[in-house]
Design a protein around this ligand. Sequence first.
Ligand code: ADP
Ligand code: MG
Length: 699
Amino acid sequence: MRPLVLTPLFASLTSLPGVGPKLEKLYARLLDRETPRVVDLLFHLPAGVIDRRARPKLNEVKVGQVVTVAVQVEEHYPAPRHRPRAPYRILTSDDTGVTLTLTYFSARPDYLEKLLPVGETRYVSGTAEFYDGSLQMVHPDRVVDEKGFAALPLVEPVYPLTEGLALGNVRRAMDGALAKLPALPEWQDEAWVSRERLPGFGDALRALHRPHEPHDIAPENPAWTRLAYDELLAGQLALALVRAHMRRQSGRGTSSEGKMRAKVLKALPYALTHSQQKAVDEIVNDLALPQRMLRLLQGDVGSGKTVVALAAAATAIEAGRQAAFMAPTEILARQHLKTIAPLAEAAGIRVAILTGRERGPARKEILDRLTLGDIDLLVGTHALFQEDVAFHDLALAVVDEQHRFGVHQRLALTQKGESVDVLVLTATPIPRTLVLTYFGDMDISELREKPAGRQPVDTRTIPLDRLDEVEAAIGRAISEGKRAYWVCPLVEESEKTDLAAAQARYDELRKKFGKAVDLVHGQMKGADKDAAMARFAAGQSQVLVATTVIEVGVDVPEATIIVIEHAERFGLAQLHQLRGRVGRGAGASTCLLLYKAPLGETAKARLAILRETEDGFRIAEEDLRLRGEGDLLGTRQSGMPGFRVARPEFHGKYLGAARDDAALVLTRDPSLQSERGQALRHLLYLFGKDEAIKLIRAG
Ligand code: ADP
Ligand code: MG
């Protein structure tokens, strides 16, 4: 039950003075909620302020500046009768002898006579300008008398708006909302709050919506920080509660002697790295526990996540159960199958693939065998989610490149079995802060080291007008038997133009180098794509011109050169992924970033970072700095729940503390019964995390 004291904050906005059904619709758009509530408005924080504190005499007024001046009303000049569209002017002055004309278009004369009576003093605030040789102010923002002036906020918040909604509307509604703010118990650790000198929740909202100084609304200031921390804590608490619930709910441990796993590993032409071994141990351990595993295997490109996942699958399969391995693209699914098949065979694991390409009788046969338990490991794309896909006994779902899939899809796969353990592989090294935010309900295994024998990739930036030299170098590489990717950029957000650029480059290189050149792009038929990839993998072609279809995960260890055309058009993470296609074998590799000069500041910074480092974690942090968080995870497009108040660039640093805090709270008080626990329930409601409260075990 929601605490009663919160009721006014969860009333619809029409409970506020001045908000009717018409404005409510506009607020729905502004606040992105069908029926916005008072609390949603309160979290709509100012984007800036108007500073009316400048109070010059008229002879000191600067044009274009927002000022508040005290003036004597001298005379009214209504629009002449024969020109009703002409403005209504009011002449005013002060003791410096300078005049200020107040200009109104289509205003009602009786209203203006009341507002600005001749002979009286009025305080007028707005932007002054010069017109016809004299100072004027068109439609002053504020006109008040002595009493009104005493109550006039000289620093006014400015809010993001939507069409049809005026700043005045929002300010008035906000005043109403603040008036409804009840006294709430403190849910944060009191010692921490006072040490950090943070205001209480209500005071923080009041400080932000009624700033005294422009600085008051800065995100790094105490008021905003307080609310951001509240939001982070609410999120972390909810994640922890969900996790505790998931763990309690499921109850099947999967363990085996590890014979099958040992066979898989023995079939590898190399030994696992230390961190691969550690990850395998962690996963095997998780699988054996009678709680559901939710683990993120995070490792930079080329760090060798696939075999770790396979070792995990072997463990579940030896226990007589099944595993699924889901990749984001057809190419990748087939590549995984290719990697996995010989190892699986060596261990006696029965593997099959299911993508959009398996249709009709072939598909039916796979599904039948799957249901009977005659397939141990099913590799595939999102086709694995389809409704008619039924496992005999799915124990483990491995999801590669998680951020391409929504949370929704991740859940869909776990519903294909009884308390399915989930292992998510991600090659985009996500900064720790973001892992906590979005994957906070998961444990993390990290592959920090690269397999032995890898050499750093020699990364160079070259302006496009030196294309000839690059082509010549590719020619030399071909004659030396090397293999190269040539990546053409996304010209627009359209596959077609994208393709045209790749096709043109392919035609040109083909003319120069003949059959050694091949092409792969996203619009090709699946089988053709496979064939092109296979030819390149086998060395039948040596230059693979590609659109970004090769971005994720493609593994041809013999490829040692990657040319990226118009590198300035790619994001940092994407460039890092692309570069990760080389440097996978023992040979020395080169990455040539071709750019069109002149480079903008951000593009320049991106390319410089790439030259400087191959550390995916560092690159991800830099990317975050250059772009902001939503973009990095692609969440802006996929609509993953973001933050209302917290801004990762300012408040991300508090995430770890919020997570620790949440864990501590729940260890001491798992069902939020203590005084602080009760207070925290308020917090969860305020930030819309109350679903988590329902998961608290009674008693
Ligand atoms: P990613 O983590 O990017 O998915 P992959 O699993 O595709 O990486 O592995 C990249 C390459 O490294 C593959 O060719 C794989 O066979 C190889 N590899 C994986 N682990 C090791 C290891 N311990 N030693 C040597 N090579 C390895
Ligand atoms: Mg991979």
